[in-house]
Ligand binder design. Structure first.
Ligand code: HEC
Length: 245
C-alpha cells in the first residue's frame, strides 16, 4: 500500500519533464486497425474516435472506464495527446469528446466484453525495448522474476517465429493485498509484459491494463487500480524519448 502510493507520487513528478514536446512518432500505426469487433460502435458518429483512438488500445478498454463528464473526457483526450503522444487530428477532437460524453459508458453492453489489453508501438528496437523495460521496472521497485524468450524456445525444437519475449515482474508490496482480498487473483500475478517484433521490424509492447483486471476473481472494486503504476512505467519506458546523460 505504502509502496504503491510512493510509486504513484514519484511517477507524477517524474512524468512531466520527460514528456517534453517531441514530434509525433506513431503515424505509421494508423493503418494497423484492430479487427472490427474492437472498434467504437455508432457508425459515422464514431468515425472521429475510430480514426484516432484505436492505435494503442481497444475501444472496449475505453468504453469500460467509469462515466466521465464532458470536461473530464476533454482532459482524458488531452492526456492521450500530450502524455502518450497519440497522433490525434486536432480537427477531430470536438467530435471525439462529444462521442465520449454522450455514449453510455461504464454500464452498457461494452462493459461486459472480455478484458482487453493495451498494445503500444515502441519507439525503440526490440532489444532496446526489452532493456528499457527492465531498467524502468527495476528502478521503480519491481522485480523481474523471469524472462520468457518464446523465439529461443521455438528454435530449440527447430521452429521459427518472430522475436517474442515476455517479462514476468511484480512487487510483493503491491500484489499481496490484492491476493489477500481475492485469493484467486493470484492467478493474474505476477504481472507480465510482452514485447514482440512485427514483420516491419517494429517492436510492440502488450500488457493487461489495470482497468481490465478490475473485478476479476472477485477482486473488490477499485483494487485493480493499485496495479496501474506498472502500466504507466511501461508506457513511459517505450514511448518517451531517451533522457539525456
Ligand atoms: C499512442 C497510443 C495511444 C493512443 C493513440 C490513444 N491512447 Fe488512450 N491510452 C494510452 C495509454 C498508454 C494508456 C494507459 C493504459 C494503462 O493504464 O495501461 C491509455 C489509457 C486510456 C484510457 C484509460 C484511462 C487512463 O487515463 O489511463 C482512456 C479512457 C483512453 N486511453 C482514451 C483514449 C482516447 C479517447 C483516445 C483517442 C483520442 C486514445 N485513448 C488514444 C495510449 C494511447
Amino acid at each position: 500500500m505504502m509502496r504503491i502510493l510512493t510509486l504513484t507520487a514519484g511517477l507524477a513528478a517524474f512524468a512531466a519533464p520527460s514528456f517534453a514536446a517531441e514530434p509525433m512518432q506513431f503515424r505509421s500505426v494508423k493503418g494497423n486497425l484492430p479487427t472490427v469487433d474492437r472498434i467504437f460502435p455508432g457508425g459515422s458518429e464514431a468515425d472521429a474516435i475510430n480514426n484516432n483512438c484505436l492505435a494503442c488500445h481497444s475501444a472496449s478498454m475505453v468504453l469500460t472506464q467509469p462515466q466521465l463528464t464532458r470536461t473530464e473526457w476533454q482532459s482524458e483526450v488531452d492526456k492521450m495527446i500530450h502524455t502518450y503522444r497519440a497522433p490525434v487530428d486536432p480537427a477531430d477532437v470536438p467530435a471525439i469528446v462529444e462521442y465520449l460524453a454522450s455514449m453510455e459508458i461504464g454500464g452498457g453492453e461494452m462493459a461486459r466484453q472480455d478484458p482487453e489489453t493495451t498494445r503500444l508501438p515502441s519507439i525503440y528496437t526490440f532489444a532496446e525495448t526489452i532493456g528499457r523495460l527492465r531498467a524502468a521496472l527495476e528502478s521503480k521497485g519491481f522485480t523481474i522474476f523471469a524472462t520468457i524468450d518464446h523465439r529461443a524456445a521455438a528454435q530449440s525444437v527447430g521452429l521459427e517465429m518472430p522475436p517474442t519475449t515476455v517479462l514476468v515482474f511484480g512487487n510483493p508490496r503491491g500484489g499481496t493485498p490484492l491476493m489477500v482480498a481475492a485469493p484467486d487473483f493470484a492467478l493474474e500475478l505476477p504481472l507480465r509484459v510482452l514485447v514482440r517484433e512485427d514483420g516491419n521490424g517494429r517492436a510492440w509492447v502488450v500488457y493487461n491494463s489495470a482497468a481490465t483486471l478490475e473485478g476479476k476473481h472477485d477482486l473488490p472494486s477499485g483494487m485493480a487500480e493499485r496495479l496501474a503504476p506498472a502500466g504507466k512505467v511501461i508506457a513511459e519506458a517505450v514511448t518517451a524519448p531517451a533522457a539525456g546523460p
